[in-house]
Design a protein around this ligand. Structure first.
Ligand code: AMP
Ligand code: ZN
Length: 483
């Protein structure tokens, strides 16, 4: 058997969308955790809702690491195809973006992949072991499709289709071929069942696509669902431990991956033991849809002056399975909360690390572990972190170590962020921090001299440049820039 060390803390219970129940995490390979997360389709910038999916996967990965499992995390980059929604026919999102911008499809994919990676970094999301790029795996996709074609597929003019009636229990994950799910699938002439899907999409006759490959079914491109089945098997092996994605994938994309996995492994096994889904970030005015043109990107939050980790904290304040509504007020509140934590952590920064197992800290540590082990209960885990930060008359070194231990799971970078980094600072502002501080110093002197007229004039001078002076602010912000 194995000599893998026993995991630390409480047993980790995770919600499995397949069984709709909480299950204790039991790794396929003792001591290891292999996780695959559906990544972005890089025809546009990710919106902050997409980034919620990766914050969730990151917390999952950090939790598994903190419990002692050797984590192998894969996130794919869909740089090929992907039609509008879950449809099988119609325009490719990537080809469309390339046509609109008159650039090569490869440049488009590269540009948006880099933009996505910048957001990953800004949100302190750990790099996975592999970024699997779909176009690197086309030969394996063709081999996979060939292996299942005879028993499970049929060919139409538009491509090779998977017959969903050939596998056991199709749609178990979605809980039926739901009407809601099926209404999102475009009808394609000749399909045997509404839920059948393309695993190879032929280039229409007379057309030349920028991305197309030769295959036994003619020139074309792999279906989107095929990409994830192939890359997850290639990098993690079937069965692996956990497959993640947003809740929308529970309806079509993941049931289709499961069907392919079952076909390829000639079994009823779904390919992953646990299928986990984060709920959506919603915004009332519809700014979360990439097709709306003016949608919410992380860069927009940064341009308005918000530190990106305030958005990370906003995500953690809700349980990943709950819908979360975005608002600027909510983001502002998260920023303030983060600032409080960073201020408390600043006092511990230079302490020599001690023993986090200090008896006085034990209840707090246990509360944190119980919360995070209960299906990643970040809202309660955050309160445990705040309690640890606020604890008085306790060995500072031990406290520092405990805070670092908790932050290793939550990823708020408390010891790497300074309070000045968190100041609301819109990009459009022209006045520099040094200029503001210099005027404030003159104002302080004027007040000390009881020259209130001069002091008021300096305050007005700042106000004219968008700086609001906040005398005696309990959080010590001192001033705020609003443009
Ligand atoms: P896409 O690039 O559209 O394939 O989406 C990337 C990831 O973001 C997928 O896991 C989606 O399920 C997820 N996702 C899409 N929209 C949202 C949203 N509003 N909130 C949370 N996750 C989302
Ligand atoms: Zn996927």
């Amino acid at each position: 058997m194995t000599d893998a060390p026993a995991p630390t803390g409480a047993p980790l219970r995770l919600f499995n969308s397949l069984t709709r129940a909480l299950e204790i995490f039991t790794p396929v390979h003792p001591g290891e955790a292999r996780v695959y997360s559906c990544g972005p389709t890089v025809y546009n910038y990710p919106h902050i809702g997409n980034m919620r999916a990766y914050v969730f996967a990151d917390v999952l990965g950090r939790t598994l690491s903190s419990k002692g499992y050797k984590l192998t995390h894969v996130i794919n980059i869909t740089d090929v195809g992907h039609l509008t929604d879950d449809a099988d026919a119609g325009e490719d999102k990537l080809e469309k973006a390339a046509a609109e911008k008159a650039q090569s499809i490869w440049d488009i994919a590269r540009h948006y992949t880099e933009a996505y990676w910048a957001d990953i970094k800004a949100l302190n999301i750990r790099e996975p072991a592999h970024w699997s790029i779909a176009t690197d795996y086309v030969p394996q996709m063709i081999a996979f499709a060939k292996a299942i074609a005879d028993k499970h597929c049929y060919e139409l003019d538009s491509g090779l289709y998977f017959d969903t009636s050939t596998v056991a229990d199709y749609g178990r994950l979605a809980r039926a071929g739901t009407e809601e799910g099926e209404s999102r699938i475009d009808p394609v002439d000749g399909k045997r069942h509404a839920a059948d899907f393309a695993i190879w999409r032929k280039t229409p006759p007379g057309e030349k696509r920028q991305m197309e490959w030769d295959s036994p079914w003619g020139k074309g491109a792999p279906g989107w669902h095929l990409e994830c089945s192939v890359m997850s098997e290639a990098l993690l092996g079937f069965p692996f431990d956990i497959h993640t994605g947003g809740i929308d994938h529970r309806e079509i994309h993941h049931p289709n991956e499961i069907a392919q996995n079952q076909a390829h492994s000639c079994s009823a096994d779904s390919g992953a033991r646990l299928w986990m889904h984060n709920n959506f970030l919603v915004e009332r005015s519809g700014k979360m849809s990439k097709s709306s043109g003016d949608f919410l990107r992380l860069q927009l939050l940064i341009d308005k002056g918000y530190h990106p980790l305030a958005y990370r904290l906003m995500c953690l304040q809700a349980h990943y399975r709950s819908e979360l509504e975005f608002s600027w007020e909510g983001l502002g509140a998260a920023l303030t909360r983060l600032k409080r934590m960073v201020m408390a952590a600043e006092r511990l920064k230079n302490e020599t690390p001690g023993d986090a197992a200090h008896p006085k800290l034990a209840p707090c540590r246990e509360k944190f572990d119980a919360a995070i082990s209960d299906d990643l209960g970040t809202p309660i885990a955050l309160t445990a972190l705040e309690e640890a930060l606020a604890m008085k008359k306790v060995d500072a070194g031990a406290k520092r170590t405990l805070v670092a231990e908790m932050d290793a799971v939550l990823g708020l970078a408390l010891f790497e962020t300074a309070r000045a980094d968190l100041r609301l600072r819109p990009r459009a502002a022209t006045i520099t921090e040094a200029e503001i501080e210099a005027i404030l110093l003159r104002r302080k002197q004027a007040r000390a001299d009881k020259d209130f007229a001069a002091s008021d004039a300096l305050r007005d001078e700042l106000a004219a440049q968008g700086v609001e002076v906040m005398d005696g602010d309990p959080l010590g912000w001192d001033w705020r820039l609003e443009i």
